[in-house]
Design a protein around this ligand. Structure first.
Ligand SMILES: Cc1cc2nc3c(=O)[nH]c(=O)nc-3n(C[C@H](O)[C@H](O)[C@H](O)COP(=O)(O)O)c2cc1C
Length: 359
């Protein structure tokens, strides 16, 4: 894969702490929570300085209970992206949109505005939604899994239609939406439209991504398990005459020795917030089964992030391995976001350049 001359280097992103306790479903912490905006801004600027390519949030409306009330305090991701796009220059920023709570025309309008604020640096991650507690508190019933993705398909078709056809001419009719002479001005800066991602891995999600999305955000259960997923996503897209890029989310932690790094990981998992992790796992698997292979321990690190742990050299080699197995990008989860972003720029980036994984 890496030898394909046309393939871009690994796109490095941060799975940002716009939500509390983002790094782990654990009570172990090394510093105050980094969810506040000022911390996010500091991390975003450090990420840009370190040469990272994109920032990515989590969209949540309430927490998952337990001692940490995991992800219970969070910055909404459209407004969050707006602020970060305004203070950065180069780095790309995603928002994550829950289909059940946004009208597609409103999302298209907000997205076009964000893309203008960032001069073509914004992207959208579209998620179908799965938490009964979140949508229940709004009086919104979750659709059965298959229908969720049918509505997501309609949502993306509308976004694309509004962003790429003559304003005032787009029409759509489906069981979920009715758009008549849809009008969104300005249209986005990024042509034909900002990158559209989905973060599902079920059959329905795979088909949706192959037909309509640019990026698949996926959570394989192991580094070596990556190849099956990336191959499948890319092959399905090929069948529709399209290409998709795949990105995963590793939990990246490195210390001077492998033992120190593994010990730190063990401390995080050892302080698992059992109630929150069980709530998370139960909610996520309802109607989906996409995470059946995950244990509670696996969910503890970054809610199912792939452990990429060791010395700096080992971490660089594991990131290269992910790239070689078909991952085009990574959304990294860090224990200490600001400090680790600065360290990443100094200690891991040079190794990735030597390995020709990044330009
Ligand atoms: C990288 C990544 C990011 C995700 N972000 C969110 C999110 O912000 N909000 C959310 O409700 N679900 C999020 N999800 C969950 C997915 O949308 C989806 O529900 C889950 O992967 C199960 O997929 P399935 O519906 O295809 O079974 C994310 C998943 C991944 C892998």
């Amino acid at each position: 894969m890496a030898s394909q001359p046309e393939r871009a280097g690994l796109q490095l992103g941060l799975f940002m702490p716009n939500c509390s306790n983002m790094y782990a479903i654990s009570t172990y912490r090394t510093e105050p929570d980094e969810w506040p905006y000022e911390s996010n801004k500091k991390i975003a600027l450090a990420a840009e300085e370190a040469g990272l390519h994109f920032l990515f949030p989590v969209s949540r409306w309430r927490g998952f209970g337990g001692k940490t009330n995991y992800l219970g305090t969070s910055l909404e991701t459209m407004t969050w992206a707006s602020a970060l796009l305004a203070v950065t220059q180069k780095i790309h920023v995603y928002s994550t949109v829950h289909i059940p709570v946004f009208h597609p025309l409103v999302a298209a309008k907000m997205g076009a505005s964000l893309d203008h604020i960032g001069n073509g640096r914004w992207g959208i991650n579209i998620v179908s939604g799965w938490s009964k507690e979140e949508f229940g508190m709004m009086g919104i019933e979750l659709l059965p899994h298959r229908e969720r993705y049918q509505r997501t398909t309609a949502f993306i078709e509308i976004l694309k239609g509004l962003w790429t056809t003559e304003p005032g001419t787009f029409n759509h009719d489906s069981p979920w939406y009715h758009i008549e002479n849809g009008y969104v001005m300005p249209q986005p800066v990024h042509k034909p439209h900002p990158p559209i991602a989905n973060a599902g891995i079920s059959e329905e999600a795979k088909d949706l991504v192959a037909r309509l999305c640019d990026v698949a955000f996926i959570g394989p259960p192991s580094i070596e398990g990556t190849i099956d997923l990336t191959r499948e996503f890319k092959e399905r897209a090929r069948q529709y005459g399209r290409t998709v890029r795949c990105a995963g989310y590793p939990f990246v932690l490195w210390r001077d020795s492998e033992k120190e790094a593994q010990d730190e990981c063990r401390r995080i998992v050892g302080h698992m917030d059992t109630v929150a992790v069980e709530n998370w796992a139960r909610g996520l698997n309802i109607g989906s089964g996409s995470f059946d292979q995950f244990t509670l321990e696996m969910f503890t690190l970054g809610a199912g992030a792939l452990p990429v742990v060791g010395t700096a050299e080992q971490v660089a080699l594991k990131l290269k391995r992910l790239y070689d197995l078909g991952m085009d990008g990574v959304l990294m989860v860090f224990l200490s976001y600001h400090e680790d972003t600065v360290r990443f720029g100094k200690e891991i980036m040079p190794l990735l350049r030597q390995l020709a994984v990044v330009a």
